[in-house]
Design a protein around this ligand. Structure first.
Ligand SMILES: Cc1ncc(COP(=O)(O)O)c(C=O)c1O
Length: 377
């Protein structure tokens, strides 16, 4: 069965350019970049070249780019790193729809004594910047608002949040892990002080994250050890992964317009065909500002898990909610925060298109979903 892969929000197939750039560092070039000899220096040069590339694309200085062991770790370092900087217990303001990488970190910090406010959202799935601003207190150190939600695809008004806080001394972080594939996400584009990315959502390898920051931000490390990454992230570098992450970001940026066009057409065809055959299909995000690669929906009377299993058997890979932590079938905290009932949430299914999606894949996917849903109703 040909697999129609529509789960790019969970992870993306690796771009060929990325694998090619990584290959030397998975075989002959094995050096530890922290060493002093030629073998080590070649690895160090590769990392520093990757850092410059990433810094240029994100509008940061190279020394303000930290490579981590994934998007989760970049989020942890941003939020905990700022809140705990200088031995403090800074306050955290975040939102109910963040990825667990931010939310669970925020709750962990609260247990350590950092004041925490989690801003709720309404059915739109979009955070209200005024509510974020109203949540600020004297001791707030960091505000974290994702650029777009990984489940629903709802884009968030990060720039408005950041603009409202300009000059306040409160640092603004954004998890741009899902948004960066289809939207401009430099520090200036988002207007933020810190941003997190994950290579595997961009056609790069799993297990590599990027945290980019404005100059002069002091971070308390989350991982302690040999002092790599200027003490901000200890541990021997994942050289191949870092090289791959930088190429992935570069290719993603260069190919963004083409991706947005193709994916936009695929989704348009998909949703139009679904609506024609299943007029009661409900799209979770009805506002206009959603990521072009996301289609999050439910078909009343059709259970998501059952539909997914059936689709999988037909060669279509999609997911229910966030696959990043799948296994547990608890109602999604994002959909719950938006006010969906447990039944509604259990019906939701997420199709996410990506760099290898062709416009006609939208038709093919719709045909499979219509057949599968028809058999289940
Ligand atoms: C919005 C968001 N943030 C963070 C992460 C975590 O990134 P990683 O899988 O690289 O740890 C993910 C997905 O897994 C995500 O979708």
């Amino acid at each position: 069965v040909t697999v129609l892969y529509l789960d790019h929000a969970a992870t993306t197939p690796m771009r060929p350019e990325v694998g090619a750039a990584m290959a030397p560092f998975l075989s002959g070039e094995f050096g530890n970049p922290s060493g002093m000899h030629a073998v080590a220096l070649r690895a160090k040069n590769a990392i520093e070249e990757a850092r410059e590339r990433v810094a240029g694309l994100l509008g940061a200085r190279p020394l303000d780019v930290v490579f981590t062991g994934g998007g989760t770790e970049a989020d942890n370092l941003a939020v905990a790193g700022v809140a705990l900087a200088g031995g403090g217990r800074g306050g955290v303001v975040t939102t109910a729809i963040e990825h667990e990488a931010v939310l669970a970190t925020a709750h962990h910090l609260a247990a350590l004594g950092c004041p925490l406010t989690v801003v709720s959202v309404d059915r739109s799935g979009v955070v209200d910047p005024e509510r974020v601003q109203a949540a600020l207190a004297g001791g707030t150190a960091v505000v974290s608002v994702m650029a777009a939600n990984n489940e629903t695809g709802a884009a968030q008004p990060v720039a408005a949040v950041a603009a409202a806080l300009a000059g306040s001394g409160v640092l603004v972080h954004s998890d741009a892990v899902q948004a960066a594939v289809s939207r401009r996400c430099s520090l200036d584009d988002l207007g933020v002080d810190l941003l997190s990315l994950s290579a595997h959502k961009l056609g790069g390898p799993q297990g590599v994250g990027i945290l980019a920051m404005r100059p002069g931000i002091a971070l308390e490390p989350v991982i302690h050890g040999g002092g790599q990454e200027l003490g901000r992230r200890s541990g021997t570098h994942n050289v191949a992964g870092i090289v791959g992450a930088a190429i992935a970001l570069e290719v993603a940026v260069a190919d963004r317009k083409r991706l947005v066009d193709d994916v936009g057409e695929a989704r348009q065809r998909f949703e139009t065909a679904l609506l024609a055959a299943l007029p009661d299909v409900e799209f979770t995000i009805t506002g206009r500002d959603r990521l072009v690669q996301h289609s999050h929906l439910r078909i009343p009377g059709v259970d998501a898990e059952t539909l997914l299993v059936r689709l999988d058997g037909m060669g279509l890979a999609a997911s229910a909610g966030a696959a990043c932590h799948s296994g547990a079938v608890a109602p999604s905290h994002v959909l719950t925060a938006m006010g969906l009932t447990p039944e509604e949430a259990a019906g939701c299914i997420r199709f996410t298109f990506g760099w290898d999606t062709r416009p006609e894949d939208g038709d093919a996917a719709a045909a499979l979903v219509i057949t599968a849903a028809g058999a289940l109703r």
